[in-house]
Design a protein around this ligand. Structure first.
Ligand SMILES: *[C@@H]1O[C@H](CO)[C@@H](O)[C@H](O)[C@H]1NC(C)=O
Ligand SMILES: *[C@@H]1O[C@H](CO)[C@@H](O)[C@H](O)[C@H]1NC(C)=O
Ligand SMILES: *[C@@H]1O[C@H](CO)[C@@H](O)[C@H](O)[C@H]1NC(C)=O
Ligand SMILES: *[C@@H]1O[C@H](CO)[C@@H](O)[C@H](O)[C@H]1NC(C)=O
Ligand SMILES: *[C@@H]1O[C@H](CO)[C@@H](O)[C@H](O)[C@H]1NC(C)=O
Ligand SMILES: *[C@@H]1O[C@H](CO)[C@@H](O)[C@H](O)[C@H]1NC(C)=O
Ligand SMILES: *[C@@H]1O[C@H](CO)[C@@H](O)[C@H](O)[C@H]1NC(C)=O
Ligand SMILES: *[C@@H]1O[C@H](CO)[C@@H](O)[C@H](O)[C@H]1NC(C)=O
Ligand SMILES: *[C@@H]1O[C@H](CO)[C@@H](O)[C@H](O)[C@H]1NC(C)=O
Length: 586
């Protein structure tokens, strides 16, 4: 049974019972979270997944290829020198200080302060005051990079230059950046990780308004001016899909604009893509010569594996899925400057006179095309895709991509997964990294370096906490090895790997009930003490040695655990019990 607060939440949105079923199904099956910005759904919808899994088993055309493991052998090897090893965080999830020293309200602050909610982000991990502790944690892990986001309303309280710059905000980020550099970490800065100034939402409708391109450009310019002497890697947006579809399409996360699945979300994406391109051009024209940095975008990526790779219909369906999910943003920026053909046909095919998917002019295409120096991929997991015109089962795609026709998703029963709460069913599918990099490289003509800007796995909050997070050690063993495989075997230009996340934080609407940190954060302790989990040491060993060099103790350890990590054992018990019972690797 869903928890009462979930029912309340759904009731408040006037979503019908049928839609609620859809939401639950989508959340269960492939989480509107994780790839979709893990837990972009503001409420944690906890449900029993078994019934739904049964439903999938019974679905039409149940034949599936063995996609469990093209289980490849472990390979030793190291990354090129200069490779960035890092952790990622986002301002709302760690900073706290929500109304401190002149900061304006963000749409997430606003949402969290509605009746019936607990505004855990008010304090979060209190990184606003504990930034030096956090930087030390990164240094303890031997990280060479540290990804964080700037809170727009902390710099510009009402979102605009006219409303004034908050000097205390500038000072905060200066101190953080200086501290990072003093500890030999490269600051990797996201400008927009979903915390839009509430004033821009209230007054102008947020990203529905084309004038946001100008406001974002003013904000980005301010960032370049104030911090660009030391920050050389900028991401404009984090996972546009994950704030646009839940926020402006489904209306289940801030700013909760409902009924936008057929039109509004496309208009919003159009504005966001232009805002990204504008910021890139501003940097290229006015800052690059002096500052010599890179500007890119971070995209949420969920690898769509054809269920039957010998069936051209499944292969086409998987490609269509990729186009609607990744290609929506990647094709304009890294491809031909325009939306993917599959989207144009399926969305505008029936309404050429009144296109729901906006149309780029030729000048806009030229402006957007190639406007990025790198791509960041948040690469958590995969789905199995098959061609089907059936309307049942109600799956993730039916809910969140109603214009994507003839495509259904499922998962492989052998895929292990993380905690069944919030970040539910985060399937451990290491080879999704290599497949996604291959696809991106083959598909898009604008060749840029890759950063794996996020990946990670969750556990449920548990008392007492289990610091021996074997599931997370397995996760990073398998995923880092896959990144090494992509570099060594496929020659991909991957320049960094960032673990999500440095420490347990406020996982959007799931609060701290879902934890992805390399450090445990004690939210009962007024000091919010951070304690390293076992995975922190492993990740440090990997970073220090640049991967898995022959003969290193952690390389041997990874080889010893390899087979065990490829079974359900370290993960499933985590799901069922939330704590405790882990079998050893032998
Ligand atoms: C799937 O592949 C794995 C590894 O190649 C193999 O061990 C397993 O038996 C296969 N499962 C099925 C159902 O074919
Ligand atoms: C800031 O928010 C806290 C609640 O998190 C509240 O107690 C306090 O009064 C607020 N301070 C200001 C200056 O508004
Ligand atoms: C869009 O923003 C501008 C301010 O830049 C404002 O004048 C206009 O009213 C806004 N449009 C809507 C529909 O809110
Ligand atoms: C980027 O800036 C360089 C140097 O000013 C310029 O030559 C180039 O045309 C710019 N690129 C674009 C796409 O505007
Ligand atoms: C995969 O598709 C091919 C081509 O349609 C078909 O011959 C084959 O039987 C399918 N495999 C399975 C396991 O369904
Ligand atoms: C968390 O902090 C509380 C309060 O200081 C303390 O009682 C508890 O033992 C701590 N938990 C852990 C796991 O350290
Ligand atoms: C919190 O920090 C203060 C100052 O460092 C210290 O005196 C106190 O013992 C800490 N409390 C806990 C519960 O760790
Ligand atoms: C989970 O743990 C229980 C108790 O230790 C054990 O009996 C069971 O086999 C485990 N399940 C899996 C999938 O490892
Ligand atoms: C952590 O768990 C692994 C796997 O079960 C086990 O081999 C190891 O001894 C445990 N470590 C500690 C410190 O308990």
């Amino acid at each position: 049974m869903p928890e009462p607060r979930v029912l309340l939440f759904v009731g408040s949105l006037l979503i019908t019972a049928a839609v609620f079923q859809l939401l639950m199904a989508a959340k269960t099956h492939s989480r509107i979270g994780g790839v979709l910005g893990h837990t972009a759904l503001p409420e944690d919808i906890s449900i029993d997944t078994r019934e739904y899994s049964q439903h999938i088993q019974d679905s039409p055309n149940p034949v599936r290829q063995n996609s469990s493991y093209p289980k490849e052998p472990f390979i030793s090897g190291t990354v090129p020198s200069g490779f960035l090893w890092g952790t990622s965080t986002a301002a709302y999830q760690v900073e706290g200080g929500w109304n401190t020293s002149g900061k304006g309200e963000s749409i997430w602050d606003h949402w969290a302060h509605q009746p019936g909610r607990t505004p855990l982000g008010d304090t979060a991990c209190d990184s606003y005051h504990k930034y030096a502790t956090d930087v030390q944690l990164g240094a303890n892990l031997a990280m060479t990079a540290y990804r964080f986001s700037i809170s727009w309303p902390r710099l510009l309280p009402d979102g605009t230059l006219a409303g004034g710059v908050n000097q205390a905000g500038v000072d905060y980020y200066n101190k953080l950046i200086d501290e990072l550099i003093a500890h030999k970490m490269v600051p990797f800065v996201t400008m927009y990780h979903w915390d839009l100034p509430q004033a821009l939402q209230t007054k102008y409708g947020g990203w529905t308004n084309a004038s946001m391109v100008d406001y974002f450009n003013d904000y980005a310019t301010l960032c370049f001016q104030k911090f660009g002497d030391r920050v050389k890697r900028w991401a404009t947006f984090n996972e546009p899909w994950s704030f646009i579809v839940p926020g402006y399409g489904l209306g289940v996360s801030p700013p909760q604009m409902l009924f936008g699945m057929k039109r509004r979300q496309y208009e919003v994406a159009h504005v966001v893509i232009k805002a990204h391109a504008r910021a890139w051009h501003t940097y290229n024209d006015s800052f690059r010569a002096q500052q010599g940095g890179e500007v890119g975008i971070v995209l949420g990526a969920l690898w769509g594996q054809p269920r039957n790779t010998s069936d051209p219909r499944d292969v086409q369906a998987a490609d269509n899925f990729e186009q609607f999910f990744l290609g929506w943003f990647a094709n304009p920026i890294y491809g031909n400057g325009d939306y993917p053909d599959a989207m144009k046909q399926m969305i505008n095919g029936d309404s050429a006179a009144d296109p729901r998917l906006p149309v780029f002019t030729e000048a806009e295409k030229a402006y957007v095309r190639g406007a990025a120096d790198f791509v960041g991929l948040n690469q958590y997991s995969a789905v199995l895709i098959y061609a089907s015109d059936h309307t049942f089962p109600l799956d993730f795609i039916s809910l969140v991509m109603p214009d994507l026709k003839g495509v259904k998703d499922t998962s492989d029963p052998t895929w292990p997964h993380g905690a069944s709460s919030g970040f539910a069913a985060s399937y451990v599918v290491p080879w999704n990294i290599r497949e996604q990099l291959r696809y991106f490289s083959e598909k898009y003509s604008h060749k840029v370096p890759f950063y794996i800007t996020e990946t990670g796995i969750s556990e449920k909050e548990q008392f007492p906490p289990n610091m021996n997070d074997t599931w997370r050690q397995c996760f990073y063993m398998l995923y880092v090895d896959e990144a090494i495989r992509a570099i060594k075997l496929d020659g991909r230009d991957v320049r960094g790997f960032f673990a999500w996340t440095l420490m347990d934080n406020i996982e959007w609407g799931s609060g701290h009930s879902v934890r992805l940190g390399l450090h445990y954060t004690n939210f009962s302790d007024p000091n919010l003490t951070r304690t390293p989990k076992a995975s922190a040491k492993l990740y440090r060993d990997i970073a220090t040695s640049g991967g898995f060099p022959e003969g290193a103790p952690h390389t041997k350890h990874t080889q010893d655990w390899w087979d065990w990590c490829h079974t359900n054992a370290p993960y499933n018990n985590n799901t069922e019990t939330g704590a405790g019972h882990y079998r050893g690797p032998h």
